[in-house]
Design a protein around this ligand. Structure first.
Ligand SMILES: NC(=O)c1ccc[n+]([C@@H]2O[C@H](COP(=O)([O-])OP(=O)(O)OC[C@H]3O[C@@H](n4cnc5c(N)ncnc54)[C@H](O)[C@@H]3O)[C@@H](O)[C@H]2O)c1
Length: 329
């Protein structure tokens, strides 16, 4: 397959325009297509709004020449001009299947077709394809131009060749590719977000807390840690010097208590072993003290950034500083 010079963005809303900004900044041309003809101006506006952030992010790098941005209401034009297709129409299985099949039927089978779907399984979407081996899910996170994660989910009929091509492409536009080895509705990250959202809705329904209180319970606590380490590595540290064994002994029983509306799986030997072994491997030979140091150094740096923007925990720091000044006067 020839070098990917142009990406076709099908559906130019929030996610489509995020993809477009990222691609342009990393030197890939963009052609956007939307069924809504009046979308062109808001698409271009969103892309232009995002570009300065990308510039800031990479200010110390020698970036390639920016890609060009254009828009069409003619799907065939997009099909002919693009080297890769990124579908971002609303989360509706029938609509996505129809558009993706149309692209499959009318395009060069050497070109990759990807969907940004938040939850549909690729095997379902590629079911009616003539060339299903070149289809996969490439699920990004909003704002796509700043969040590096893309979950690549191959379907039953996706070939290794196209998996590799896709990985290469997304890495070239500055992304972290997480290859989802087993397809499942909601992929990995959205399943986690969805579980939390469902719990949030229960807290609201039962009037336990309002949206602000719920959000604070994240932003000023666990959320601050999550950009540095995922929940497994943090739980590993939560076991203190006793490690995962101590953690499981302490919090394992809670899985049977009503701490969540979701029913936990049985905490059997296999799960415990996967958790302990997995988190140990993640340490990469580092001691608990060393990992705690990384976490804390990063937390301080993130808090400083939040303080500069006077947001979330950064606002708490600023208020504290202000009060301290008053006391010291
Ligand atoms: N919003 C998020 O945070 C997020 C994150 C990751 C993935 N996604 C996924 O990305 C996809 C798009 O989501 P979004 O938030 O950008 O939605 P959106 O509503 O902002 O954008 C959808 C765009 O698709 C266009 N569209 C509708 N029907 C079309 C058709 N037949 N042909 C061409 N264009 C059509 C609309 O005019 C609109 O511009 C969904 O599958 C969603 O699940 C969303």
């Amino acid at each position: 397959m020839k070098k990917i010079k142009t990406i076709g963005i099908i559906g130019t809303g929030l996610i489509g325009s995020g993809w477009a900004a990222r691609a342009i900044h990393y030197g890939v041309n963009v052609i956007g297509f939307d069924k809504n003809t009046s979308q062109e101006s808001s698409f271009k506006e969103s892309v232009n709004r995002a570009l300065p952030y990308l510039k800031k992010l990479t200010s110390d790098l020698k970036m390639p020449k920016k890609g060009k941005l254009c828009f069409t209401t003619n799907l065939n034009e997009l099909i002919n001009l693009s080297d890769i297709y990124q579908e971002n129409v609303p989360e509706n299985l029938k609509l996505k299947s129809r558009i993706l099949s149309e692209i499959d039927l009318n395009s060069d089978p050497k070109k990759i077709i990807c969907s940004s779907t938040s939850g549909f399984m690729p095997s379902k979407l590629q079911k009616n394809f003539k060339n299903p081996e070149r289809f996969l899910v490439a699920h990004p996170f909003n704002p796509v131009y700043l969040c590096p994660l893309v979950e690549i989910v191959p379907g039953k009929k996706t070939s290794n060749h196209f998996k590799k091509l896709a990985k290469n492409f997304y890495e070239n536009i500055g992304m972290h590719v997480l290859l989802v080895r087993k397809e499942i509705p909601g992929h990995i990250s959205d399943r986690l977000q969805e579980s939390m959202w469902r719990e949030v809705l229960y807290l609201l329904k039962d009037n336990v807390a309002n949206t602000k209180e719920i959000d604070e319970s994240i932003t000023h606590g666990p959320g601050l840690r999550w950009s540095i380490m995922g929940i497994n590595q943090l739980w590993f540290l939560a076991g203190g010097k006793g490690g995962t064994k101590h953690f499981i002994n302490q919090f394992g029983p809670a899985l049977k208590w009503p701490w969540s509306h979701m029913k936990a799986p049985n905490l059997n030997k296999k799960i415990v072993e996967r958790f302990s072994r997995g988190t140990k491997k993640q340490t990469n030979g580092k001691s608990i003290n060393e990992i705690e140091k990384i976490r804390d150094d990063c937390l301080v740096a993130i808090l400083k950034v939040l303080k500069k923007h006077n947001f979330a925990s950064g606002n708490t720091l600023n208020i504290f500083e202000k009060n301290l000044k008053k006391i010291n006067k």
